[in-house]
Design a protein around this ligand. Structure first.
Ligand SMILES: Nc1ncnc2c1ncn2[C@@H]1O[C@H](COP(=O)(O)OP(=O)(O)OP(=O)(O)O)[C@@H](O)[C@H]1O
Length: 234
């Protein structure tokens, strides 16, 4: 029997044709690491997360988390999304409308952090006995995020989940999710448009453009940020 590392590393190398360009990406993400994925609009960032989550099948390559093979073209393996136990967090929240927030979390709870502690950390414990239609959009997003964390995912994929929130809520949720990810040593891949924020909290940044890694694009953005920071101080 092969020994499974206690905390598995995520690795992928894929190629797939989209309508305008071919995605060709190869990267890894260590346990507890936060990898920010940035790039211009239409670069293929959401497509990348959909491929990892199992909603799209790439043309070539492999995707694996430790010993668990999500996809392997040569071995004809394509694990369905439910078999991957990947937490995909988007701006669209997923909660059962007929259950209270507490019931939603209890239903999803599968070895993750304590649901009430998650609700407390995200500042919505007082809303635990309400149904989703009786709380605000931002509160629903927080509850949906708690639900995903309670499910104890093997890795987290964040697709701009905080962009509709005000800065304070964004920071609270971002810190909470990163704390859970680091404590549980699961890889976190965060697609974001906010490069300055990514520079503050991500361990690494992967810039993609037309489906491929593009460091020159990242360098141009960093230069732009630096120039504007100087202007802002004047
Ligand atoms: N299933 C698909 N098949 C073929 N092409 C697709 C598919 N889904 C998206 N595309 C195309 O792939 C490109 C990348 O789209 P994607 O949504 O991944 O970009 P993005 O980097 O997330 O953009 P944004 O930052 O604007 O959200 C776009 O040109 C899009 O039209």
């Amino acid at each position: 029997m092969t020994a499974q590392a206690a905390f598995p590393e995520f690795e992928m190398e894929i190629g797939t044709k989209l309508d305008r360009f071919t995605v060709e990406l190869s990267f890894s993400c260590r346990p507890g690491e936060v990898l920010a994925v940035v790039g211009p609009s239409g670069a293929g960032k959401t497509t990348l997360l959909r491929i990892i989550a199992g909603f799209m099948r790439p043309g070539e390559g492999f995707i694996r988390l430790g010993d668990t093979v999500f996809f392997d073209k040569q071995a004809h393996i394509h694990l369905p999304p439910q078999g991957r136990r990947v937490g995909l967090v988007t701006q669209e929240y997923t909660l059962f409308p007929h259950m209270t927030i507490r019931e939603n979390l209890a239903f999803a709870h599968n070895g993750g952090p304590d649901p009430m502690e998650l609700l407390e950390a995200s500042g919505i414990a007082h809303l635990a006995d309400r149904r989703p239609d009786k709380i605000s959009g931002g509160e629903r997003q927080r509850a949906a995020l708690c639900r995903i964390l309670a499910m104890s995912p093997n890795m987290l994929l964040l697709d701009e989940p905080f962009s509709a929130l005000d800065i304070e809520n964004r920071i609270i949720l971002q810190e909470m999710i990163i704390k859970v990810g680091r404590e549980r040593k699961i890889p976190i891949i965060h697609v974001t448009h906010d490069l300055s924020n990514a520079l503050r909290y991500a361990d690494r940044i992967l810039a993609i453009n037309e489906g491929r890694e593009d460091r020159a694009w990242l360098d141009r953005q960093l230069e732009y940020l630096e120039r504007n920071a100087v202007f802002a101080r004047r």
